[in-house]
Design a protein around this ligand. Structure first.
Ligand SMILES: Cc1cc2nc3c(=O)[nH]c(=O)nc-3n(C[C@H](O)[C@H](O)[C@H](O)COP(=O)(O)OP(=O)(O)OC[C@H]3O[C@@H](n4cnc5c(N)ncnc54)[C@H](O)[C@@H]3O)c2cc1C
Length: 192
């Protein structure tokens, strides 16, 4: 995994303000994971590995705030968040189950500057994740793919079951699981 404090300097420091994100597309990745493709009018770009905060407001004014990693590489037209439904959770069941194309919610970011990787850092890359922790790594791998970086990359990924795996979806793997990339997936034999 690459860590770089110096990359913070590549973005001007901006005061993070809440802005509206509109759902343009929803991709079903697994039965409990969906990717939300969002249009954010004033998005100033991000680095692979960064995340956003989202804020939901109920009709009675009650608010809930959560963090989600950015799954899309820089320069994509739409910002992608990949959300796993947590049973009994407050926010993720709404995002995965209730949100529809055209809906809007508040978002601020990008956040985080030390857990990032860009093509400028080159490789090799050794990425290790479990569950939804793979989301920021997908942004890194997609970025590597778009920029045609040939430095070796490997991903060690663990999930409770194949159905829970964020790597199950063909769409998710497209453009990422290509040559010069090795992926090793561990599935918990207790729950698989
Ligand atoms: C930097 C960052 C990036 C993240 N990126 C992603 C991402 O890309 N994708 C993703 O899916 N998630 C991501 N997360 C996790 C995400 O922010 C949420 O925590 C997750 O979606 C669960 O939120 P929730 O509101 O559904 O669940 P919550 O309501 O927060 O509950 C989570 C669990 O805790 C239990 N719980 C809640 N309150 C209590 C309590 N008082 N006592 C005991 N148990 C309790 C609930 O039953 C539930 O099982 C990220 C988190 C961080 C910090």
């Amino acid at each position: 995994m690459a860590f770089s404090l110096s990359l913070i300097g590549t973005f001007p420091v901006r005061r993070l303000e809440w802005q509206l994100a509109q759902v343009r597309e929803i991709v079903v990745d697994t039965y409990r994971v969906k990717s939300l493709l969002l249009h954010v009018a004033n998005w100033h770009g991000h680095l692979p590995g960064q995340h956003v905060d989202i804020r939901l407001t109920a009709e009675d004014g009650y608010q809930a705030q959560r963090s989600y990693s950015i799954a899309s590489p820089p320069n994509d037209e739409l910002l992608t968040l990949t959300v796993e439904r947590v049973d009994n959770g407050e926010v993720s069941p709404y995002l995965v189950g209730d949100l529809r194309v055209g809906d809007q919610f508040e978002l601020r970011g990008p956040i985080g500057g030390y857990f990032v990787w860009t093509a400028a850092l080159r490789g090799p890359l050794c990425l290790i994740a479990g569950g939804s922790g793979v989301v920021p790594l997908m942004a890194m791998l997609r970025h590597r793919d778009r920029r045609k970086i040939r430095a070796p990359a490997s991903l060690l990924y663990s999930s409770r079951s194949l159905e829970d795996s964020h790597l199950s979806s063909g769409a998710r793997c497209n453009g990422v699981l290509r040559s010069q990339f090795a992926c090793c997936q561990h599935v918990d034999p207790q729950t698989a």
